[in-house]
Structure formats: structure tokens, C-alpha cells
Design a protein around this ligand. Sequence first.
Ligand code: BGC
Length: 414
Amino acid sequence: MTLFPPGFSWGASTSAHQIEGGNVASDWWYLEHAPGTFVTEPSGDACDSYHRWREDLALLAGAGFNAYRFSIEWARIEPAPGAFSMAQLDHYRTMIETALELGLRPLVTLHHFTNPAWLGAMGGWAHPDAPKLFARYAATVAPILAGVEHVCLINEPNMVALFPVLQQGGVAALGKELPAIDQASAQGLIAGHDAARAVLRDALPDARLGWSVAAQTYHPAPGAEELAAVYQAESEDLFYTASAGDDWIGVQAYTCRRVKAEDGALLPDPRWDAKRTITGWEYYPAALAECVRRVHAFTGLPIIVTENGIATADDTERIAYTQAALDGLAEAMKDGVDVRGYFHWSLLDNYEWGSFDPTFGLVAVDRQTFVRTPKPSLAWLGGLAPENHLDPAISPSTPPETTNPIASSTAERN
Ligand code: BGC
């Protein structure tokens, strides 16, 4: 039996735009409806969690989890520059208080991919004022974060710095040479991280501050090692360097990245025979352990796994993937990697940035009625939390029945 340290966080993750619905003041909403957009499907009502968040929290707590990672939406809180909504601040404060009452330690993300549309129109993170505008938003939300132990300042800055490149070059560029991130955006995100951290250090001396990076584990073909290392340094490691002085770092890992070198360029080199998930990513649960080991060696910071999961329609496969990822995580922890929590991506089947097709959730959501139906993986993963161990007796191929009353009643309604 593998024991996790006392106080370990067992949670699930979500982000506002992907579940709330109606995030009309955000740049993503604008992009989803722009003429000729590359976004195939708009977010619409998403999971309607803006109204159903109490049910979502209850499902998580009822299944045994002790933590919840969610994001607060800058575009709702500041829909026009400098115009802050007291009602939205109150909405998120109520969520935080309810999570605490339910025994769910909230890990709150301040920025998860979306900007207010007005910031997008200014050029987003590449605009020289972006860091101070983000710090002003952080100062405004600080009072509602009282009692929050961990704050994630920005989700996956390395992906956010890639968005402008993908938008300009089109998604068609993917699959060809690995694109360089937009350096102006990267520098803006780092400056924004620093500025918001300074503000929150003063306002919330007890909060532990950090951010979450999309961690990659590269598997270069012979001859591509050096190019892969340079690419990783320029697109990912700069954000680890910028984490010095943070209290923790978030690792988000899903798959491995196989690459090859051709004419001095780094290209994807997918294994033709690999098992794949709905997103097309290689089924590779060892990614989590490989990434936490690398991030530990690089930063030395306490790690929280803020995302890990799989897009699959087969919940037995989700449990098998997660069990294997957790086994690897436990091995890494035995070897001295300091991991403080595991947050599964995601609580709900949600809006996966352009499509509802990839189902990452522990809970299914009916697209018409928004009825939540817990999958066996919810009870399985939540069941690990109170025991705080990986019990080999719980076989991934025989997930336990859902026993939590809230989950069962929701399932019956369907
Ligand atoms: C993001 C999530 C996303 C998930 C699966 C991460 O890159 O933070 O928003 O849904 O991966 O693609």
C-alpha cells in the first residue's frame, strides 16, 4: 500500500470558461463568434456551472475529495477596463466559502486562458500594460480570496504565449515544425506573474502563491535531442526559472511528445502504432511521473499536480490511466519529489477549447438538460482521499459502484 503524506490534496480541476457558460465579455467568446474563426464549436452555455456550481461542489465533496481547483473569470469581474463588478466578486466569494464549508480546500486560479475581450482587443499579454492591469485585477480580487490556501496566478503561461502564434498561423500550422512561442506575450505573462505575486504577498500573507505550467516530457528520435532541449528551454523552462520565489509549482501532464529533427527543424514524430485518446494524444500515463521528476529537478519547489487526466468515452480506461499515473507519482514521491496534491482534469465533461467532444470528466453532463451523471471514476478517485493511499485491492478493471447519495440521486434522474 502506498501512503500519501498527511494533508495531501485530492481534488479535481475546472476552469471558468470551460464550464460556466455565457462568458460573453471574454476574448474567447469573441473569437468563437468572429467571422472565419478557427474555433469549430462555441462554448455557449458550457455546463451551466455559473448557476449549477453548488451541485458540482456537492458531487465532489460527496465522493470524498478534500479539494477543488477552479478559476475566477477576469472578464466577468472586470468586463470593461476599471469597471469591477461587486456582484461577480460576491458570486466567487460565495463559491469559496461554500467549498470551505464542504471541506473542499479551494485552489483558485486567477487566469485560465481567457482575457477580458477589451484586453484581447489591446493585443493581450503582448501589450506593455497587461502586467499592471493583471496586478490591478489581482489586487481587486484579493479580499475574496481570504482563507484560500493556494492561489494559481496563471494557468499554463506557455500555452497562453502560444495562442497568438496559433491564431496568426492558423491551427493548420500544427503538425508541422513545432512553433516558437510569442516572446512578447511570454515576457508579459512573466511580468504579470511577478506583479500579481507582489500584490498578493502583501494582501494575503498566508496564501501560497504559484502558477501551473503545461509540462512536457519529450521523447526525441536519435539526433533530435539537442533541438528538443533547446525548444523546451525556450518554450517551457523560462517559466520554471520565473517561478523562483513562488511557494509551489503546478504540474499539468497528459501525454508524451515524440519529436524528430529534419533539416535543422523540430517536428512531431508520432508513433504510428500508439494507442490514442479522443484528443489524438498518445495514451501515456507515465507522463505525469516523468514531468514531476523533471520539474522537481529544475525548480526544487513543492509540486501540486494541478491537472492530469484523459479524454476517453471509456471510464474503465480513465481509471486505468489514472491508477497508472498515480503509481508513477507515488514512485517519484518515494524518490524524494515533494508533491502536495493531485487534482484530476476534469470534474466535468466540459468545453475543450473548440469542441465538447473530448470527454475528460469524472462526471458526464447532458448537453441539453445539464443533468450531471457521475461516472464510476468519481467514486473511485474520491475513495482514495479519505484513506490517503493507493490501495492495490482497488483494481482499475473493477471500479466500485457509486455510493455517494448525491451522485446516486443524480444518476437516477437520468
Ligand atoms: C488546460 C485545460 C484543458 C486541458 C486538456 C490544459 O492544457 O489547462 O484547460 O482543457 O489541458 O486539454
